[in-house]
Design a protein around this ligand. Structure first.
Ligand code: NCD
Length: 415
């Protein structure tokens, strides 16, 4: 569905000072003729690129009005772009906070570098807020729904803590207690939850399933892990952690270690790191668990330096700034024997840490199942518990942006 361009073309010729009138016309067209929610996030994806730029410029004048409207009535119905095959194309999120409002967040490929800068500023503000006051009430009256069809400790708890620290409340459903047991489809379960909640967080074991469910979800849907696909909200907290630990991400060498075949956190993080110039990626895995071709192709197509090795040797440790460990994902193996053959291949011990830089940041999305010795926890370079805490700040920032109540309403600085 696209706004009638013929009707709008005339207005597009208007001099810049009249462009807000042009935007008002777009808005009327969408709300009155198409009967849609009138918030900016609904309108922008429907416009051809050239006119959406103009609309964006003119629309700023009406923004505060729409923000109020969005907070009370926003729905996601019909606003997402679809391919001709009916697949959902999630909207690009930009440095403009309005572009996040009401959107699904399904993949890190929705993000740009300026968008990440906005997100990082917002997440750091959330950390400061929690440190100073414990939180605030900006989500009062709102409900976050989570549907988890795979186990989770950190993702569920940090989403719930994030929402509650902002004054909202939470509903949680898991597979064993949901109508999935009666044969309900994921789409229907998600749609049901969307009737009661303002945004929905979903984890499911099938790659692509969360994206499919988003196609019929009338509220913003956040991908909390789709099988071996992506885990975009984890990547946000991972990046926040690198930023907080090292001050910057540009130019860093990041070694992703472990089960890179199944590890969705590694898939998302590798893609997201491609936004930063001078980043080098080293993929360290057993040969049978190497990074999927689609991720390597994505990284290659962005001109980012990458190399694949099958041992974690001294050379790799010496050049690495961020060592990102992952567990071997037992639940994704066909047989226990297959899992046993590779499960203990990499293990970080104090001796291994001695070979790393003094500024090394050791991360892990957790849970760990033996790949980092507990003795390593005492090493100040072990950042995984701080990383876990950052998950709450990252998710506070994300839900605030998506529900249109961020700390920073203005566009972030472009670097
Ligand atoms: C990860 C996940 O679920 O993909 N955990 C998490 O969200 N913190 C990593 C894992 O399960 O190994």
């Amino acid at each position: 569905m696209e706004v009638r361009v013929d009707l709008l073309d005339k207005r597009a010729q208007e001099p810049p000072q009249h462009r807000h009138l042009y935007f008002a016309e777009v808005w009327r067209e969408v709300v009155v003729r198409l009967g849609m929610c009138g918030c900016l996030a609904c309108i922008m994806p429907l416009l051809p690129t050239s006119t959406s730029e103009i609309a964006n410029e003119g629309g700023r004048r009406l923004y505060s009005k729409w923000t109020r409207r969005t907070q009370s009535t926003h729905t996601t119905t019909d606003k997402q772009a679809m391919t001709t095959e009916g697949e959902l194309v999630p909207a690009a999120l930009t440095e403009d906070p309005r572009s996040w409002v009401g959107q699904h967040f399904l993949s890190v490929t929705q993000l740009s570098l300026p968008a990440l800068e906005l997100f990082l500023r917002e997440a750091e503000a959330m950390k400061a807020l929690v440190t100073a006051h414990g939180g605030d009430r900006r989500m009062q009256g709102r409900i976050l729904g989570s549907i988890f069809f795979e186990p989770s400790t950190r993702t569920t708890s940090s989403f719930q803590a994030a929402f509650q620290r902002l004054g909202g409340s939470c509903l949680h459903v898991n597979e064993s207690t949901s109508s999935a047991q009666k044969g309900e489809t994921l789409s229907d379960t998600v749609r049901s939850m969307a009737c009661y909640c303002d945004l929905v967080v979903v984890r499911h074991p099938v790659k692509g399933s969360v994206c499919s469910a988003a196609g019929t979800c009338p509220k913003p849907l956040l991908n909390a892990g789709d099988g071996t696909g992506e885990h975009p909200t984890q990547s946000l907290l991972d990046l926040l952690t690198v930023k907080l630990e090292l001050g910057e991400i540009t130019g860093k060498t990041v070694a992703l270690v472990g089960d890179l075949k199944h590890g969705r956190t590694a898939h998302s993080l590798a893609r997201l790191l491609c936004l930063f110039s001078g980043v080098k990626l080293i993929f360290v895995s057993p040969e049978s668990l190497s990074m999927p071709e689609e991720v390597k192709e994505y990284v290659g197509s962005r001109g980012v330096a990458q190399r694949e090795v099958f041992t974690l040797d001294a050379d790799v440790l010496a050049e690495t700034d961020v060592l990102y460990m992952t567990r071997v994902q037992k639940e994704r193996f066909a047989t226990t024997a297959d899992y046993d053959a590779v499960k203990d291949i990499f293990r970080i011990t104090p001796q291994v840490m001695e070979q790393g830089k003094s500024t090394l940041v050791l991360m892990h999305p957790l849970p760990r199942v033996g790949e980092i010795d507990e003795e390593v926890d005492r090493d100040p370079r072990a950042a995984y518990f701080r990383q876990m805490e950052n998950g709450m700040y990252a998710r506070m920032a994300l839900v605030a942006l998506i529900l249109g109540v961020p700390t920073f309403h203005t566009q972030s600085r472009l670097s």
